[in-house]
Design a protein. Structure first.
Length: 374
């Protein structure tokens, strides 16, 4: 195998595939990336039995072939190469990389021991890349991190005709976003649970093109795959075999009060006041006509207080929130003004965007209040 390739294109493709490599591979070959050259196309691929990644790019090939090398080392090398074309060749048990005056020689791994990558599922439809990346980012922040509760570490994807709903929750907050897409089959319907970290990573890195192609298979419980592709890159991930919460019953049907907040001003005030809050201590929000007063700290601790102007309707309300969770929601609404709807100080409040149109107005962030000390 021997080829020449542009430095930036190679570094980008290797970095894309190396992201799926396990930190502690169960077998040595899973720490590697497969380089395959056929005609004038290089395919770089990685797989850890859960997530697969592949990237294709054009090269000037002198000979075809297939080899396996350490993925993280290759990623470190390719991103640090000087700005010149890169010559890559396999000579016996070693891979050579020449770029300008830089020379590297890497031992290869037994490529015949590398597992076969899963086949990309059948195409389910396409969605605008920017919309998909934004929606996943807005929802994934609410997913849990505790792997002992797998149903909370995923993003539920519900497909109903031309609408996709993404939902995630860690039991203390819940994020929901709806958007439209172009299904391959009219009237399509499906519901799957995808690992949140994998989905968020893929969504952020597939934004180079105008569309993302969504592929889906569900051959059996725990055996389904989600595929995402665009701009010469594709990834698959195994679905989570867990039942998601009945989240619709959690969403409050009505509210007794609401406040419209200037997101930038409220966020900065909340950050300042939260500086004195001890770990897990609540941010106290006292809503009244025309203003909200933010407080944190206790009688024997540091204290902070700040008043912000708001548009408020309803009876005077004092409610407490985990400041980090509240700030996450404010950052995710992607709007200059947000609406915070409340019922009682102990029932869920819902944050959403004010203004915008179309898909921009279909995001809701539910946050559970924190009981305030009397």
């Amino acid at each position: 195998m021997k080829f020449r390739v542009e430095r930036d294109a190679l570094a980008n493709a290797v970095a894309w595939t190396a992201r799926s490599l396990p930190a502690r591979p169960p077998v040595p070959v899973l720490a590697g990336l497969v380089l395959s050259v056929e005609a004038d196309t290089l395919e770089v691929s990685g797989f850890d039995y859960e997530v697969s990644t592949q990237a294709e790019l054009p090269v000037h090939a002198a000979s075809s072939g297939r080899t396996l090398v350490s993925g993280r080392l290759l990623a470190d090398i390719t991103k640090s190469l000087p700005p010149h074309p890169v010559d890559v060749a396999v000579d016996g048990p070693r891979l050579s990389i020449n770029c300008g005056n830089a020379r590297f020689s890497l031992p290869t791994l037994p490529v015949e021991d590398y597992p076969a990558l899963p086949t990309m599922p059948s195409t389910a439809g396409t969605v605008a890349a920017s919309v998909f990346a934004e929606a996943v980012g807005q929802v994934a922040i609410a997913a849990g991190r505790d792997d002992t509760l797998p149903m909370l570490t995923g993003v539920r994807i519900e497909i109903e005709a031309d609408t996709i709903t993404l939902v995630a929750t860690d039991r203390f907050r819940l994020a929901l976003r709806e958007f439209t897409w172009k299904p391959s089959t009219p009237g399509a319907s499906a519901a799957i649970l995808v690992p949140a970290r994998t989905l968020a990573d893929a969504a952020k890195t597939l934004t180079g093109g105008s569309e993302v192609t969504v592929s889906l298979s569900s051959s059996g419980v725990g055996e389904g795959l989600l595929g995402l592709s665009g701009q010469g890159k594709q990834t698959t991930t195994r679905l989570l075999d867990a039942e998601f919460l009945k989240y619709r019953s959690i969403l409050p049907p009505e509210f007794s009060s609401h406040a419209e907040l200037d997101v930038a001003a409220f966020t900065e005030a909340a950050k300042r006041v939260a500086l004195v809050a001890e770990r897990w201590a609540p941010l106290r929000c006292e809503f009244s006509d025309g203003a909200v007063t933010l407080r944190a700290g206790g009688d024997e601790e540091s204290q902070a207080e700040e008043r912000c102007e708001v548009v408020f309707e309803g009876e005077t309300t004092t409610i407490g929130f985990n400041p980090a969770f509240l700030l996450d929601g404010l950052a995710a609404v992607h709007s200059e003004t947000a609406r915070l709807e409340m019922t009682t100080p102990l029932k869920p409040a819902v944050l959403s965007a004010v203004g915008g149109d179309g898909d921009a107005a279909t995001y809701r962030y539910l946050i559970m209040p924190v009981r305030l000390p009397s």
